[in-house]
Design a protein around this ligand. Structure first.
Ligand code: PLP
Length: 390
């Protein structure tokens, strides 16, 4: 049976970072390269979102906008219905993206030279926003055993003892795809509380837990653990709205929240993009069914890749992500350098994210974006095989 997710859209010449900027960003001749790197979908946003945006555009007036009751209600309903989390409306602050918000929190809560913990292999932009703000990244490497990742809590405690001021916690984790369990997040939050470390929990991938797995927000922990906590959420990964630029930071601690809102004000970020508000409201209000269907499609893609690797490329190892549509593929048995790996893949016409971009612990891995029609994935797998089977 074909679905709307099977449709292959031509994204070239649409200003797409993933499709149009490989040459500029990666220095690669990109004419025939199949991009499996940047994590966005090659699917259209949900039909109800397109309809709401069309209507808003045709209204034709784009004066200053604010978030209305529908916006807040859509978010609180979403977290209640999808994740059984009782958000209080007043916790919600809105920023033009998760990274800008995290960067402002780093500036607000820490000082130049301070240590910020991230777990590696980890999302490279956490390092970027910390180091560009003159903070120092302290790595807490994840433990890997037979493809399963867990957190090294003893080492995390040593990171905190060494004076770290904040931790950027990726929950669920990009790139390894772990949806951390309640016990795991409780341990992290308790350690942060014990050492007075700000816990910045990036939960942008939270809506994309795969069948059989659950996303557990740190907001679901008891209130006594909320004092030092900020949770970043967004409709962007969930509904394919990355360039619409809108995210919501949930801050239960009133004093911290007021400080953050003042900081947004100080940057003139107290007004909002009317199209972003419209898209986010419509998505959260209407698109739970769409998301359910899409998650089934993504799960099929994940299974297809797993079968392909098991049968055609047994020197690679792949464990399905618990959340998200990013495949973290272990190529270490090929015993080649990251540069050689990239060269082989590019020559065969496929561009993944290289694992090394997620820190030393990612060396020998690639990350493939499976948020694409099946036909694109089938082609990518073929190219992977052409690249790696001698
Ligand atoms: C963990 C994580 N946080 C944040 C972002 C980017 O968020 P935004 O585009 O809202 O700044 C990404 C994008 O891949 C991500 O994987």
């Amino acid at each position: 049976m074909t679905t709307s997710f099977d449709h292959v859209y031509d994204r070239r010449q649409s200003g797409s970072l993933k499709w149009d900027f490989m040459e500029q960003k990666l220095g690669l001749k990109a004419n025939d390269l199949l991009p499996m790197w940047v994590s966005d979908y090659d699917f259209q946003a949900p039909p109800a979102v397109l309809e709401a945006l069309n209507k808003r555009v045709m209204h034709g007036i784009f004066g200053y906008a604010e978030r209305n009751d529908d916006y807040y209600q859509a978010i609180t309903d979403w977290y209640h219905n999808q994740h059984s989390i009782s958000l209080r409306r007043e916790w919600i602050t809105t920023v033009h993206g998760v990274l800008p918000g995290l960067s402002m929190l780093i500036q607000m809560l820490t000082e130049a030279g301070d240590g910020i913990v991230m777990q590696t292999p980890g999302y490279g932009s956490f390092r970027k926003i910390s180091e560009f703000n003159e903070r120092t990244i302290i790595e807490n490497p994840l433990l890997e055993s037979d493809g399963h990742y867990s957190m090294d809590l003893a080492h995390l405690e040593r990171c905190f003892q060494s004076g770290a001021k904040a931790m950027i916690f990726c929950n669920p984790h990009n790139p390894v795809g772990r949806a951390w369990s309640k016990d795991e997040i409780k341990d992290v939050a308790a350690l942060c509380g014990q050492y007075g470390v700000w816990l910045l929990s990036d939960e942008i991938w939270g809506d994309l837990a795969m069948p059989g797995h659950m996303y557990c927000s740190v907001l679901s922990l008891p209130e006594e653990l909320h004092k030092q906590l900020v949770v970043a959420t967004a409709p962007s990964k969930t509904f394919g709205l990355s360039s619409v630029r809108i995210s919501n930071f949930m801050i239960p601690n009133a004093e911290l929240r007021e400080q953050f809102v003042r900081r947004l004000d100080a940057h003139g970020m107290d007004v909002y993009n009317s199209l972003a508000i419209c898209a986010a409201t419509a998505a959260y209000q209407t698109s739970a069914g769409w998301l359910l269907e899409l998650k089934g499609y993504l799960h099929d893609n994940i299974n297809y890749l797993a079968d392909f690797i098991a049968t055609e490329l047994p020197t690679l190892a792949f464990h399905a992500p618990e959340a998200g549509y990013l495949a973290w593929v272990d190529c270490r048995q090929l015993a080649i350098t990251d540069k050689e790996l990239e060269q082989k893949l590019v020559t065969a016409g496929i561009m993944p994210s290289l694992g090394i971009a997620f820190g030393e612990a990612g060396s020998g891995y690639i990350r493939l974006n499976l948020g694409c029609p099946k036909a694109t994935l089938v082609e990518a797998c073929q190219r992977l095989k052409n690249a790696l089977v001698a």
